[in-house]
Design a protein around this ligand. Structure first.
Ligand code: AMP
Length: 639
């Protein structure tokens, strides 16, 4: 397959992959030509201080220039962005020329608010066109954006504000879900009140969803007013050295404090440009529809930067997949002639509840591929959507940290057979191994181990944890004697080199493709006044993949059933308001004791195993065997 002139048809996957691993400088030096450089790189790779590495050293470029300005001559009148909202009923069709206008105006507004190169800007908005304008405007002037998922509540927003120390927070007046307006302003106010370093200004982009919310004098600024003032301003591009930070994206780890995944400029741009061809097989002028939220890694890479750097049209969707009916996504695919679609297994499981007619009634002839990422793709879901669409469904494995696919099939390069249950083969530049947790040795084909990436990480992957190099080392590179990036996922590689992902090695869970740390939820639950102690684990869920559940002991050991029910509800509410409804525990079990070792350590792995109906493992250190029996009884009652 592959596009004319790329040369990939000749090389095929194996040879291309081999070259990317054996001659990374030559390989990525060629790949760098896919983007515009104001100053070409002086050196392709500086790997003198592993695992930190620098791609395209000395090169100067800009993400916004590559995503917008560069296309003006050839495709100024082509649609760059189509933002469809079934919540507001509005569709915005934005050409590259119009995108240039809006992004420049937004950049001028940022400058009015004293935002400049290197300053951080937190963006708290749903999937609306202005979220894309805001991100690109930051990139244009060299400000570092950090988009926070709109489903996160005040506590999560405050944590991110304190770590990023933004000069500005940009917020929508409200989001909307299934027709229910969710005002953002009260959450922003609460987050700013909680934050140690609240931003001096909050820029509010109002869609008139929540007009009543009062503004705070001196702090709050309305975007529309400033937009009118700046008019048709042109804002010069800030040329950034390839390794300067472009954006931060916070993600959950094993502690309550999220990690600021930092991305560079040049390496990321090259990864985006390459993957639009090799993986997503979407040529300039073609349409990509990713159903992700802009607040996630997929949203950054394949709703914004990838398709726009590639000169494609990006379709952005705000709303439920079943509203006004479960055919909405396929109607959009038909209307805009979508070639490449990107979604998540959870979304497909939601659609699976409806008739296939909602898919088959549409002319989907331009649609070539459906990519699904973010969580394990189960075979019934894969088979159902594959049959319904009659198109290849490609499982895609990546992490917020990698920023683009790590394991995938590459239809734009050389489409290999799909194997259900496996995302496929390593992406170009990824030196992957599956190793034994104890010995660090590569395991045999078919054996379980930890999936690791040998440095240097390819372009596109995180460069460090924001302002915390040590945490980058500790979180990812300190698990084995050898310097290896641990994905913290279990995996098996088969004889053909296909990798199967078996779940996390740490306390991170995956709810409907959203990554959550069980410790974060535990902290919130344990802070409820009635709670003495809590443990949060995950159980399988037929729709969301996994859901969190809570085991808690109460301070009042003699609490009656009513008090226990109330306490359970309080815990769920606390999680809703502190972290957001995505993290809400599906069930709360009030018990008299949690299983602990004699030294007082909570046996979380045993709890997790019990909840999954598995052997709880070595219990010789268990302090009170009765505690596990009680857990077993509680779980059994639920079945
Ligand atoms: P996130 O950083 O939120 O994208 O979450 C990354 C985690 O999601 C990975 O470490 C995996 O545990 C899981 N994940 C992502 N994609 C897949 C996939 N295709 N198959 C199985 N698990 C996946």
């Amino acid at each position: 397959m592959g596009h004319e002139g790329s040369g990939y048809e000749v090389a095929g996957y194996e040879a291309t992959y081999r070259r990317s691993i054996e001659s990374p400088e030559a390989f990525w030096g060629d790949e760098a030509k896919r983007i515009h450089w104001h100053v070409p790189p002086k050196r392709i790779l500086d790997d003198s201080n592993p695992p930190f590495r620098k791609w395209f050293v000395g090169g100067e470029t800009n993400l916004c220039y590559n995503a917008v300005d560069r296309h003006l001559d050839a495709r100024g009148d082509q649609l760059a962005l189509v933002a469809v909202s079934t919540e507001t009923g509005q569709t915005r069709e934005v050409t590259y020329r119009a995108l240039y206008r809006e992004v420049n105006a937004f950049a001028a507004v940022l400058q009015r608010l004293d935002v400049g190169r290197g300053d951080r800007v937190v963006i708290y908005m749903p999937n609306m066109a202005e979220a894309v304008f805001a991100m690109l405007a930051c990139a244009r002037i060299g400000a570092v954006h950090s988009v926070v998922f709109g489903g996160f509540a005040a506590h999560n927003l405050a944590l991110r504000i304190d770590d990023a120390e933004p000069k500005l927070l940009i917020a929508a007046d409200a989001g909307s879900r299934g027709g229910k307006v969710i005002p953002y302003k009260p959450l922003v106010d609460e987050a700013c009140a909680r934050a140690a370093a609240p931003p001096p200004h909050v820029l509010i982009v109002s869609r008139g969803l929540d007009p009543a919310e009062p503004r705070i004098a001196g702090r709050d600024v309305d975007y529309a007013a400033l937009r009118a003032e700046v008019g048709d301003a042109d804002v010069p591009v800030a040329w950034l050295e390839s390794n300067e930070p472009s954006y931060l994206l916070y993600t959950s780890g094993t502690t309550g404090k999220p990690k600021g995944v930092q991305r560079d400029v040049g390496g990321y741009a090259v990864a985006m440009a390459q993957s639009m061809e090799t993986i997503f097989d979407c040529a300039p002028g073609q349409v990509m529809f990713s159903t992700s939220d802009v607040g996630w890694a997929v949203g950054h890479s394949y709703n914004v930067y990838g398709p726009l750097i590639g000169g494609c049209t990006s379709l952005l969707y705000e709303g439920l997949p079943v509203n006004p009916d479960p055919g909405i996504w396929w109607a959009l695919c038909e209307k805009y002639r979508v070639r490449t679609m990107f979604s998540s297994p959870t979304a497909i499981r939601v659609l699976k509840k409806s008739d296939v007619g909602y898919i088959r009634d549409h002319d989907l002839s331009p649609l070539a591929w459906l990519f699904l990422a973010g969580e394990p793709l189960d075979e019934p879901t894969a088979t159902w959507i594959n049959d319904a669409l009659g198109k290849p469904v490609i499982d895609n494995y990546w992490q917020t940290e990698t920023g683009w696919p790590a394991i995938t099939l590459m239809p734009g390069l050389d489409m290999k057979p799909v194997k259900f249950g496996s995302p496929g083969l390593p992406n170009l530049g990824y030196r992957m191994r599956v190793i034994d947790e104890g010995t660090g040795k590569t395991v045999a084909a078919g054996e379980k181990g930890v999936l690791v990436i040998e440095p240097p990480l390819p372009p596109g992957c995180m460069t460090t944890v924001w302002r915390d190099d040590q945490r980058f080392l500790d979180s990812y590179f300190s698990h084995f004697d050898e310097l290896l990036y641990s994905s913290l996922d279990w995996a098996i590689r088969d004889e053909d080199g296909y990798t199967f992902i078996l779940g996390r090695t740490d306390d991170v869970i995956n709810v409907a493709g959203h990554r959550l740390g069980t410790r974060e939820i535990e902290e919130v639950v344990a802070a409820c006044p009635a709670v003495a102690e809590a443990a949060v684990i995950s159980v399988a869920d037929s729709l969301k993949g996994q859901v969190p559940i809570v085991f808690a002991t109460l301070r009042d050991a003699g609490a009656d059933d009513d008090a226990r029910t109330r306490a359970g509800r309080d815990m769920q509410r606390a999680v809703d308001t502190t972290l957001g409804a995505v993290a809400r525990p599906a069930r709360v079990y009030i018990v008299n004791a949690l299983p602990k070792t004699r030294s007082g350590k909570l046996l979380r792995r045993s709890l997790q195993a019990l909840a999954q109906g598995q052997d709880p493992g070595d219990l010789s250190t268990l302090d009170d065997p009765g505690a596990l029996d009680e857990i077993r009884r509680a779980l059994a009652r639920d079945d």
